[in-house]
Write a protein of this length. Structure first.
Length: 501
């Protein structure tokens, strides 16, 4: 434990929903729910206005709609969220070399390591300056907790929400923690919390009074000892700048159960390609391919295959996932599929490319069989061409004029009316509200879904470039934010975000 509150925890307030409200002036001050909009979707984030109706993260979207039928329901725009997150993380990096991101909107910072704080006064000043900079450069708000440990800093940021700062003075930990629920402590989930409740312990003070021996008896040596130390206010975990990625995975839940085996295979290969994209983006490769299948009755099966060495080749991952699928019975229907890669490393083993080619050739030979000897190997190109296009070949002819789909909340641009976002679509029509982050609430217009003047667009930056820094004729919503200087003289370079001309 430190003698000064120099560990900072930042948690952006209702991040996804707040970003949508900042981007869409007509939604400011109104309930906004971001998540999957299908029958099986779940809430990713709810604005504080929506939370007043009882809507919260991880809630089924159908339940959220019953609680707040008049809220705006939007699909996530992760490209925008990542860009804003990069801007925030860069601000944190200006404070200290030790920044430990926990997610897009949450991170620990060791202020002592950055030399920007060594006592309560300087820590508070740094935290307030950070909050002001976040608002200036992103237009959003974040809550800051300051304490002598990571556990207490996170508790402080929760108390600070929304848009506040709470500093816990060293020496006051026991008094602060005592009346809190045991669920406040890290590592105490629903099961452990219920186990402790049955033992007569519902507050942190009761854990401390029970003693280490009793907690070890109830929870085991490692968990019991750790929990007792935290109940006493002790937490010596350091802020770690680099956290090792243990796995990369993607999964999809389908609105309607999949029964067609060919469709299931197509979806698995599409997920494998997406997984490899994430794998490469993180700079890793992996040895173990994992397939997750949740069936119609909610039973979940996981199958894995370990390769001879690490790979980031999409054809290898596709083929391995396909082999795993062959061992799973999907006749009753599939509601969720996932593909992951574990055993990560930062290099690949070249002979896996040869393995992939051999596996694909063997699979092609097996499918062709003796009766097709000498026939053109249409499916033999499957791995080289990419999952979705190749797997779809021969299943159904492509539709020449497929109806375009417009997801609620996504950005569009019209040749005449400019930038806007999709409010909804159906029965061959799409409704668009034309407004930008810095504009007043805009007008709503409806178009045919195939209107040639309406095109998808990239998100606009949430905060415009100051007028004095614009070149003549330059838009206030730049393609890339140049380096700016904050009031305290610290240079801040925002992450780039493309915008349509």
């Amino acid at each position: 434990m430190r003698s000064a509150p120099t560990i900072l925890h930042l948690d952006m307030d209702a991040f996804f929903a707040a970003a949508e409200q900042a981007a869409k002036p007509s939604l400011r001050g109104k309930p906004v729910v971001v998540g999957g909009l299908g029958p099986r979707g779940v809430v990713a984030t709810a604005s504080y206005e929506a939370r007043r109706f009882g809507v919260h993260s991880a809630m089924p979207m159908a339940q959220a709609r019953r609680l707040a039928p008049n809220a705006a329901y939007l699909v996530p725009r992760f490209s925008l969220y990542r860009t804003v997150s990069e801007q925030v993380m860069e601000l944190l990096g200006r404070l200290s070399p030790l920044v430990e991101p926990l997610s897009l909107d949450e991170a620990f910072v060791d202020l002592e390591a950055g030399g920007v704080a060594d006592d309560s006064a300087s820590a508070r000043e740094t935290g307030e300056r950070l909050r002001a900079q976040i608002r200036t450069f992103t237009g959003l708000t974040g809550s800051v907790g300051l304490a002598g440990s990571k556990m207490l800093a996170k508790i402080a940021s929760e108390q600070a929400k929304p848009d506040g700062l709470v500093l816990i003075e060293p020496g006051t930990e026991r008094e602060l923690l005592g009346p809190m629920s045991v669920r406040t402590l890290p590592g105490v989930g629903p099961a452990t919390g219920e186990h402790l409740r049955r033992a007569g312990m519902t507050t942190v003070a009761e854990l401390a009074e029970a003693g280490e021996d009793e907690l070890v008896r109830l929870l085991g040596r490692a968990h019991g000892t750790s929990l007792f130390r935290m109940a006493m206010g002790y937490d010596d975990r350091p802020v770690v700048a680099e956290r090792d990625t243990k796995s990369v995975s993607v999964e999809d839940t389908f609105d309607v159960d999949l029964h067609d085996r060919v469709r299931v295979r197509i979806e698995v290969e599409r997920l494998a390609d997406r997984c490899v994209q994430r794998l490469r983006a993180s700079g890793h490769s992996g040895r173990t391919i994992v397939l997750k299948v949740r069936r119609y009755d909610f039973s979940t099966l996981t199958r894995s295959e370990t390769l001879r060495g690490p790979t980031d080749d999409p054809s290898v991952v596709r083929e391995a996932a396909g082999r795993l699928l062959e061992a799973v019975d999907t006749t009753g229907g599939v509601r969720l599929l996932g593909v992951g890669v574990t055993g990560l490393t930062d290099y690949t083993q070249e002979d896996l490319f040869a393995q992939a080619a051999a596996d694909e050739q063997a699979a092609a030979d097996d499918r062709a069989g003796p009766a097709h000897e000498g026939a053109p190997e249409v499916e033999g190109d499957h791995g080289a061409q990419g999952g979705e296009e190749a797997a779809g070949a021969g299943v159904a002819e492509p539709v020449a004029h497929a109806e375009r789909r417009w997801a609620a909340g996504h950005d569009v641009r019209h040749a005449q009316y400019g930038a806007g976002w999709v409010q909804g679509s159906g029965v061959g029509r799409v409704t668009v509200r034309f407004e930008e982050p810095g504009s007043p609430p805009g007008r709503v217009r409806t178009f045919r879904v195939d209107d040639p003047d309406l095109e998808p667009s990239d998100p606009l930056p949430l905060v415009p470039l100051p007028e004095k820094e614009q070149a003549p004729g330059q838009s206030s919503w730049p393609a890339t934010r140049p380096k700016e200087v904050s009031p305290d003289g610290v240079g801040v370079s925002g992450a780039s975000e493309r915008s349509r001309p």
